[in-house]
Write a protein that binds this ligand. Sequence first.
Ligand SMILES: Cc1cc2nc3c(=O)[nH]c(=O)nc-3n(C[C@H](O)[C@H](O)[C@H](O)COP(=O)(O)O)c2cc1C
Length: 364
Amino acid sequence: MTPLPSLQIGQYMARYPIIQGGMGIRISGAQLAAAVANAGGIGIISAVALGLNSTYFDSTQTNGRKRREQFFEANRLALIDEIRAARTLSPKGILGINAMVVAQDYETLVRTAAEEGVNLIISGAGLPLQLPSYTAAFPEVALVPIVSSTRAARVMCRKWERQYGRLPDAFVVENPNTAGGHLGAKLEELGDRALNAEQVIPALVAYLHEEVGQSIPVIAAGGVWDRADIDRMLALGASGVQIGTRFITTDECDANIRYKEFHLHAQPDDVVIISSPVGMPGRALRNAFVEKAIAGSPDLEKRCLFNCLHACKCRDEQQSFCIVQALDKAARGDIENGLVFSGSNAGRAQRLMPVAELMAELVA
Ligand SMILES: Cc1cc2nc3c(=O)[nH]c(=O)nc-3n(C[C@H](O)[C@H](O)[C@H](O)COP(=O)(O)O)c2cc1C
């Protein structure tokens, strides 16, 4: 087998073409990101709502306005802690954050991450059309939008080039048919083969090469489990892969052990699609919470806690559930009442293993 190529994004060169996908809330924190970076990949801290499970947040605060202010400030301070912790664990590794455009504190989190010296910012759940303006003082920070189509990539390239005179340093292309978490397609579009890597990656690579005229790396995300999957993505023209679900069943994954064991014991048919209050479908593991969400059960807590998203059915229509609370609960180990996101490959892990061992297996 030929050795895997390295991966250059902006001015950073990773030994292996493997990015560990940002996973919120607190599924990919400092421990996981640093372990992946130390093993020659790119480690990504999820920047979303870190304040909730931090000492900066006072859960007894009853004044709604103060609680909201405090939540955002806690998110900022907790992100600083997480980035510094990761850098201490991996002084020389390539570290980045993942931030969601739909979050109200997106700009603050992105600016904070750049100030704290992260190497790259990966950004999805909306098109990060203004991202370059937030990090303009830090041109060394590589900027990587997540897209699901060439159409979205074209919008990004045109807008960034016209307005900021720069292009993205890479694109992550997420396949909504396989990836975990929020999916960049409508519910009724899921299953459409036109969304698959086999269609989207070659088309995007051709667009970037022929129309943009730049070698912008394309990173394939969704359903990548082993070396054969990596080779398949590289053969399609991708320069690397982003892997989420497989990194959950590692010793260093930052989630509670119950969360990891829930993933470990999942079966392939436990993977379901739910409607997230964000207005996108999400891929998750079946549990008591998900059953209620799918059934539209009145038992689900529908109180908006922080007004933390630009688009939210929980806030606007008192429908669905509070996504931040649901993800945070699960990450802390309440896997019955929380939301456990997962890619379509759940159920394939045999045991928890150290990241170094997993990375060695992936690149062997
Ligand atoms: C538990 C979980 C949480 C995730 N959270 C985020 C997130 O906050 N932001 C994001 O852009 N992607 C998120 N993702 C997507 C991953 O970063 C990754 O792109 C995707 O899971 C790749 O597919 P795979 O899980 O099949 O490897 C999440 C995925 C999982 C499984």
